[in-house]
Design a protein around this ligand. Structure first.
Ligand code: GDP
Length: 249
């Protein structure tokens, strides 16, 4: 176990201890406020993260086959077609890093990409797969759940939401599950270029309203467009900040 993962573990153990002593109705808000606030002290004065190197590492069909490494991991997930591959390619400045949904096979595995030799970007399969058999859906769900629940070095899950759509049950259920499983997450709205700025704002506000019905505090949110490279600095700054917190203990 290296220094970073030791630090990560201490943060988690501490957070979980505090969490245990909270009454049930306060736990959700603790999760979002404490974990996310700890990791979410934005430092826009900091130098922006540069992506110097982004390389595919491996595709794993189950968590036990993921890289034997302890560097922090950031997972990206959303319904198929939400714009996940485009976002990953936009963030890493590489038009071909993540395969788009048009490429069968790759999108059904846990895909690891090593960034700047410092952290992993993890591309998880899209959920809400309409044309798949029950067996296949079960396998994918187990794979995703296994990764999210068991991967100790997973620091944050980015849940992608198409900004044009009203809150969808499947996304809300997934977010609920993340919270109940004590997994820190942030929301990334995609395809912002497809709406006017006013409509994007209205859509984000509507989403916040829906989440506020269940959560006392809201997770970090990012508005992005892969077409316009919007939101890139903000998402990368967020990751950079968490990486620094982990490195500094
Ligand atoms: P995935 O299935 O979630 O990986 O989604 P893809 O990245 O393959 O994108 C699905 C479709 O949405 C493709 O036709 C993309 O060109 C389009 N798309 C993705 N992101 C954006 C965006 O930011 N703006 C626009 N206008 N289209 C996008």
């Amino acid at each position: 176990m290296n220094f970073r993962s030791e630090n990560l573990k201490i943060i988690w153990v501490f957070a979980h201890l505090l969490y245990k002593f909270l009454p049930l109705d306060k736990r959700k808000s603790f999760l979002l406020s404490s974990l996310n606030r700890n990791f979410c002290t934005f430092a826009h004065k900091n130098k922006k993260m540069e992506i110097k190197k982004a390389e595919f590492t491996l595709s794993a069909p189950m968590v036990s086959m993921c890289p034997k490494d302890t560097k922090p991991e950031y997972a990206f997930i959303g319904r198929s077609n939400v714009g996940k591959s485009s976002l990953i390619n936009m963030l890493t400045n590489n038009r071909k890093l993540a395969k788009t949904s048009a490429t069968p096979g790759k999108t059904l595995l846990i895909n690891h990409f090593i960034i700047n030799n410092e952290w992993y970007l993890v591309d998880l399969p899209g959920y809400g797969y309409a044309k798949r058999s029950k067996k296949e859906i079960n396998r994918l769900e187990q794979m995703i759940q296994g990764y999210i629940l068991q991967r100790e070095q997973l620091v944050n899950v980015f849940v992608l939401i198409d900004v044009r759509l009203e809150a969808q049950k499947i996304d809300l259920e997934f977010i609920q599950w993340l919270g109940e499983s004590s997994i820190p997450f942030a929301i990334v709205f995609t395809k912002a270029d497809k709406l006017t700025a006013n409509k994007v704002n209205a859509s984000v506000e509507a989403y916040k309203k829906v989440l506020s019905e269940t959560w006392e505090e809201l997770p970090p949110m990012f508005v992005t467009s892969s077409e316009k490279k919007q939101g890139r600095d903000e998402v990368l700054d967020y990751i950079e900040q968490i990486n620094k917190e982990i490195a500094n203990g």
